[in-house]
Design a protein around this ligand. Structure first.
Ligand SMILES: [Zn+2]
Length: 174
């Protein structure tokens, strides 16, 4: 999309803009992949303004932790965290070492790039249910996640639009 398309679309949007009412917020944090086929507002029956939605490649809870901490400790969210991984995810097709090689190949001879990317875990998804459970466990056991937070783990099927719950636990906290 071009700058002009962004501006035109936004002009139409702003013309009939309904500012979300903060009281609509349902006190929930949703973590999903950045895949464009995922739209938790539509897929979970939520309206604009009703949830905090954190997205990254794969829907990694580890990568989302910084935002979760901000949501809980600065924004004051006390409700559940729902982590969604999805079928046919790109992160199941690329490993951390393959991702490092891709970045290095794009910048040959750059030792600074190689050194930087070698420190990044790209959170490859080997097995979807196991990756969801590992992310739930990561949040449940993490001392910076508020004690007593309900953590649920889900799989979203991009072929059917259906979700299935894989795991549920309560954060142990500090
Ligand atoms: Zn994905």
């Amino acid at each position: 999309m071009s700058t002009e398309e962004f501006l035109q679309a936004n002009e139409e949007y702003a013309a009939s803009f309904n500012k979300p009412d903060r009281s609509l917020f349902k006190n929930v944090i949703i973590v999903t992949c950045m895949d464009p086929r995922l739209n938790p507002y539509e897929q979970l029956g939520l309206k604009f303004g009703e949830a905090i939605h954190i997205r990254n490649a794969g829907g990694s809870a580890k990568e989302a932790l910084r935002s979760i901490m901000v949501a809980q400790h600065a924004v004051g969210v006390t409700g559940p965290i729902a982590v969604f991984h999805h079928k046919d995810c790109g992160m199941s097709r690329v490993t951390t070492s393959q991702m490092r090689d891709l970045v290095k190949k794009a910048t040959p001879g750059r030792d600074d790039v190689a050194a930087e990317v070698d420190h990044i875990d790209f959170h490859h998804i080997e097995h979807i249910e196991q990756s969801v459970k590992a992310d739930v466990k990561f949040l449940v056991d993490n001392p910076v996640v508020l004690q007593g937070t309900k953590i649920t783990g889900w799989v979203y099927d991009v072929d059917t639009g259906k979700i299935s719950k894989v795991d549920e636990a309560v954060a142990v906290g500090a």
